[in-house]
Design a protein. Structure first.
Length: 345
């Protein structure tokens, strides 16, 4: 398994990161253990979780994902061999059961971190990430920005200072961002330089063949500032497996069970997916492997966060690490992208 540096640190992370948001909802604890065993045997050393997981979020299941991971770490005893990432939630998204409504204040961040450490049964978190901004901005599929002069958001200065305290105390090794904009990344970097606070080392944003908006400005930040991309939804919630083409909804599949996830099931998304599926078939590739191998080939990528509900899916995802796309395939992907540009931002 290839490894890449996490930002400007000496931490090496696997090119493939194991995502966990199905654990506790679509996957049992035993299935989570099986996924962890299979992924780590294949060379994966990077595991990504969040305090709000599993998804879709519910008060009854919140925290189960970290709990499953913590139980596996306790039983396997491999903590120092792995890079464990998790996240503190921002406000909104109906999470009123999290600390009465999560914020990115000092008190909320400290409480969230302590709870994650307890569930993970560890003394430290390798990468602690802000799951999404508290301020009004464009993320979660929103392209246009609308300013809200009346917003009541925790200043980034307070959030970063709180994260800095956790680093100083040894509870967190490195910090990162998620669902963040170029302005947000720039602000965190500027404050870190001005105030001697920890520097963000990664940004976890959506990136896949149906949504390449990260390339607009995020890719340059990733290169020039060593804030590498941790790509999530690389298969666009399963659309880029091809299993939903033609309106199909396989029994038990994520988009069959949860109609709320409609980001990639638009008419434009269907058309683009069909074009990529035809391209993969022409070159003797599975759509899944082609879609993941494309993400793996990007020079601004640090790690590709894959997720699966079955070991068969996991094996196919892991195998993408060895797939090298030929130049003619890459050229053809760009041709499809020209015809179907950002169909599902």
């Amino acid at each position: 398994m290839q490894r890449r540096k996490l930002g400007n640190t000496d931490i090496d992370v696997s090119l493939i990161c194991l995502g966990t948001m199905t654990w506790g909802e679509q996957n049992s604890e035993q299935e989570a253990f099986e996924q962890l065993d299979r992924a780590t045997a294949a060379g994966v050393n990077f595991i990504d979780a969040a305090e709000m997981y599993p998804v879709p979020p519910r008060a009854e299941t919140q925290g189960l994902t970290e709990q499953y991971l913590g139980n596996w770490l306790a039983r396997r005893g491999r903590r120092d061999d792995l890079v464990i990432a998790t996240k503190v939630a921002g406000p909104g998204n109906g999470l009123t059961y999290l600390r009465g409504g999560p914020r990115l204040t000092r008190d909320h961040i400290r409480a969230a971190c302590e709870q994650s450490l307890k569930r993970l049964q560890t003394d430290y978190i390798d990468l602690y990430q802000v799951h999404w901004p508290e301020r009004s901005t464009n993320f979660f599929g929103k392209l246009g920005y609308q300013h809200n002069p009346d917003e009541q958001a925790t200043p980034i200065e307070e959030t970063l200072a709180a994260l800095g305290e956790l680093v100083d105390e040894g509870k967190v090794r490195q910090i990162g961002l998620s669902n963040e904009t170029p302005w947000g990344v720039a602000r965190y970097l500027k404050l870190a330089e001005q105030q001697g606070l920890p520097r963000v080392v990664s940004i976890q944003n959506p990136y896949n063949l149906l949504n390449r908006t990260f390339e607009l400005a995020g890719a340059e930040f990733a290169h020039r500032e060593q804030v590498g991309l941790l790509a999530y939804s690389p298969l666009a919630f399963g659309m880029l497996t091809g299993k939903y083409l033609g309106g199909r909804r396989p029994e038990g599949a994520r988009l069959s069970r949860y109609t709320r996830f409609s980001r990639y099931t638009t008419e434009q998304g269907e058309a683009a997916t069909r074009a990529y599926a035809n391209l993969a078939r022409e070159h003797g590739l599975s759509l899944t492997q082609m879609a993941l191998a494309y993400i793996n080939s990007r020079p601004f990528l640090t790690s590709n966060i894959i997720g699966a509900t079955s070991l068969a899916q996991l094996d196919e995802n892991l195998s993408s690490e060895a797939v090298q796309l030929a130049d003619d395939v890459l050229d053809a992907i760009e041709a499809v992208h020209t015809r179907h540009t950002y169909p599902c931002p």
